[in-house]
Design a protein around this ligand. Structure first.
Ligand code: ADP
Ligand code: MG
Length: 276
């Protein structure tokens, strides 16, 4: 049942002046970014620019030290909350490298996650109905949800499973880190069109990607380019196309960052297109 809260308020994830380090090395050097329910944002950047660090800090993965700044979700500072607590409040993170959960089927995993996050009991029957609806929407086969989570899954199946999780858990804001990485073109298309189907007024998405190609299917309202732990350029969908033409190197020169400031991992690599 929709509460007054979900009807009236638009959930907002606000990142303010965020600095974070890993093992004493500063990776995030002041990130400001706001994602609202109903908006689709793309965060793009070369390898090593800090995209996954940002995703991990947002979800509260251990091993990251926030040195200044804050993250506010629906008016509440969340950096002191555990990943579970963040998920309960309506945040979702799809991992760049999904983990295997041996001995637990996808359907049981999802039902457990659903109960933990929503804090409500749901009968096996009611849950199956809810899940079936999402499976039909996304074209997920029965066979897949009976298998153990991610065990023996292809790259494409793992990502498809993540999108099913996203559909079933119905968060208000989702952070998808490299949902496109390592996928062949058919799997990419299946996963990306799945995400596109879930996008709507009740979901805000931050799509994190190195490559422009997922944006052929998932159409962002806002594009942010990250380099060397900073957002160096922002715009609308046209910025993704500009990036495809100029490459990260072109953007780096345009914004006047030195190669060192941009992070040397692959600042010199070519256009932000998909691998062939
Ligand atoms: P991206 O996702 O944009 O490729 P990352 O956030 O993964 O970038 O990495 C940003 C920088 O942080 C890189 O220089 C990387 O080597 C460093 N880094 C990330 N995670 C760790 C870690 N656990 N230990 C040490 N260095 C790390
Ligand atoms: Mg990454």
């Amino acid at each position: 049942m929709a509460t007054a809260d979900t009807l009236v308020q638009t959930a907002e994830l606000e990142i303010r002046g965020l600095h974070a380090s890993v093992e004493g090395k500063e990776i995030l050097k002041g990130i400001d970014l706001t994602v609202r329910q109903g908006e689709t944002h793309a965060l793009m950047g070369p390898n090593g620019s800090g995209k996954s660090t940002l995703a991990n800090v947002l979800m509260g993965r251990p091993g990251y030290q926030v040195t200044s700044g804050e993250v506010v979700f629906k008016g509440e500072a969340i950096l002191g909350l555990t990943p579970d607590q963040r998920a309960q409040r309506g945040l979702f993170l799809a991992m760049q490298y999904p983990v295997e959960v041996p001995g637990v089927s996808v359907v049981n995993f999802l039902r457990t996650a659903y109960k933990a996050i929503k804090g409500e009991e749901i009968s096996a029957l009611a849950f199956r109905k809810h899940m079936k609806e999402k499976m039909d929407l996304l074209g997920v086969e029965d066979d897949m949800v009976r298998r153990y989570v991610n065990q023996g899954f292809s790259g494409g199946e793992k990502k498809k499973n993540e999108i099913l999780q996203l559909a079933v858990l119905a968060p208000q804001i989702a952070i998808l880190d490299e949902t496109d990485s390592g996928l062949d073109i058919d799997s990419l298309k299946a996963v990306a069109t799945g995400v596109e189907k879930l996008i709507g007024p009740s979901l805000g998405v931050l799509v994190i990607t190195h490559y422009q190609r997922i944006l052929n299917y998932v159409h962002p309202d806002f594009v942010h380019v990250m380099m060397g732990g900073r957002i160096v350029k922002e715009g609308g969908p046209e910025l993704a196309r500009e990036l495809e033409e100029k490459g990260y190197e072109g953007i780096r020169q345009e914004v006047g960052l030195s190669e060192e400031e941009a992070g040397r991992d692959d600042a010199g690599s070519g256009p932000a297109r998909g691998e062939s």
